[in-house]
Design a protein around this ligand. Sequence first.
Ligand code: PXP
Length: 249
Amino acid sequence: MGKLRLGVNIDHVATIRNARGGAFPDPMRAALLAASAGADGITAHLREDRRHISDNDIERLRMELSIPLNLEMAATDEMAAIALKHIPHACCIVPEKREERTTEGGIDAAGQHDRLAPIVRKLVDAGIRVSMFIEPDKRHLDASRSLGAPVVELHTGAYSEAKNAEQKRLLEKIRNAAAYGASIGLEIHAGHGLTYENVKPIAAIPQIRELNIGHYLIGEAIFVGLADSIHRMRDLMDEARPSRSGAPC
Ligand code: PXP
């Protein structure tokens, strides 16, 4: 089983900054701190309404970060132009509705195939690693592959919110999707709504190579500091992931 990477999403540092319209807290400082605390990458979502991350944040992250930047973006011409200007390591294509509080579902990769295809192609041709943020569903896995995206990120939001038997059922769906996606050659990531409490069963799925986690880590950082919240999440991920010898890696 390969090492499970942790991408830290810093959007909500910008949410707090924007509550006062000034410069503090600075998402760039959070990104640098996350990198030194062991994050393998930084994720930031430039939303069409710019409610948290700004264009300037993306510019600074691109210039100053020494670990990979994963730009989450809607599949629009405006966002594609921004991605092509900055060439981040990765772009995660997400659906976006202005009225939603967060990214409420995966992108309809199957139903919107023809609209998505030219945008995915442009990004891939520019050398950006494109991932499709999808529900754990075979149709969307097949569509992502046919779009030419090398990566999918499985939406764990419904799993994270569910309880008991329903959570088990949704976990099984994610497990099956991860196995199927890897079998057709996709790199598998996962994220949304992950916490200390629910991360381990997801981290234990052998095909998953990366988790992207934001809101909970930034919330915990209020109480324990960002470095400690990242260390704890990293430890839980590692505990869930047995090494080849069977011991935790
Ligand atoms: N992955 C994607 C594609 C997302 O849109 C988000 C939320 O911005 C996350 C992961 C992180 O979710 P959370 O903030 O709930 O950890």
